[in-house]
Design a protein around this ligand. Structure first.
Ligand SMILES: [Zn+2]
Length: 276
């Protein structure tokens, strides 16, 4: 009987994931990991599913436990910017350093609160290309990601496809968003991503005239945790820019991007450390 009690005590302890205890306080654990009455100690062992499923599954602790152990990022070497009347348009950063860049777009659709903690705790370098009305409506959320190390950049006011529109229209969209974002965050954006990646010569001229150093497309996209590659090698290349959005699955997208970058032998780095 004593042996049975001892066994129950041991398995009861083992059922708790140790990483939650190591990294987090109780209030940061998943909802099912909150303190429960110590029924297991005096009564029979519970056979309900909640007792066997790891309580922290898909909690912040679960995501943090999945983050790969990256090699240290190299000291960033800034890339030269072409001196011309138009901003360069890049699918990737022209660098051979073993780094890749995570970018998150839009901001109006969904803003998972746990992403703030995930970005801060895992030290994920992120660049946020925001539409200025979404940034204005949810400034506190984006400021918290900024405080966690993220950087706010420009993604127009109205998220309209710019290609084919007049220079004046495009300049209003780019300069207007830059000014609003500067007012909200106290720092004017220096990078621009056109909605849908659509651009023409006027876009690159207007971006330059609004003070944008470079206009970014992307190399890979991430959605619902799945990375879509542009090349059959299915590897992230040095300098690649990964695109995801502020959507409900942002946590999975961040984790998917981190795993893909790790598998490719790269380390995530901050876009603004390379282009500024
Ligand atoms: Zn967008």
């Amino acid at each position: 009987m004593l042996a049975l009690l001892a066994l129950l005590a041991v398995t009861g302890c083992a059922a708790r994931p140790t990483y939650t205890a190591r990294h987090f306080t109780a209030d940061q654990r998943g909802p099912s990991a909150s303190p429960q009455p110590s029924a297991g100690r005096t009564g029979p062992p519970s056979t309900s599913p909640s007792a066997s499923v790891p309580p922290a599954y898909k909690s912040l602790a679960w995501y943090l436990a999945q983050v790969p152990d990256f090699p240290e990022a190299p000291p960033p070497q800034r890339v030269p910017l072409p001196a011309s009347g138009a901003a360069p348009f890049w699918h990737r950063v022209p660098t051979e350093q073993k780094v890749a860049f995570i970018t998150i777009d839009d901001g109006g659709l969904a803003r998972p609160p746990a992403a703030i903690d995930f970005i801060r705790e895992a030290r994920i370098p992120v660049t946020m290309f925001l539409n200025s009305p979404a940034a204005a409506a949810h400034t506190d959320y984006f400021k918290q990601i900024e405080a966690a190390g993220g950087v706010v950049e420009n993604h127009t006011i109205t998220h309209t496809s710019l290609s084919g529109r007049s220079y004046a229209f495009q300049k209003h969209e780019i300069c207007g968003a830059a000014e609003k974002l500067a007012e909200l965050f106290g720092k004017r954006p220096t990078l621009f991503r056109p909605p849908f990646g659509n651009r023409d010569a006027s876009t690159l001229r207007a971006a330059h005239d609004c003070g944008m150093k470079a206009v970014f497309h992307w190399s890979e996209t991430v959605d619902k945790g799945k990375v879509r590659y542009q090349t059959p090698t299915k590897l992230v290349q040095p300098g690649d820019v990964l695109l995801m959005h502020f959507r409900p699955a942002l946590m999975d997208d961040l984790l998917g991007a981190l795993k893909a970058i790790y598998r490719s032998g790269l380390t995530p780095a901050l876009l603004e450390d390379y282009v500024n």
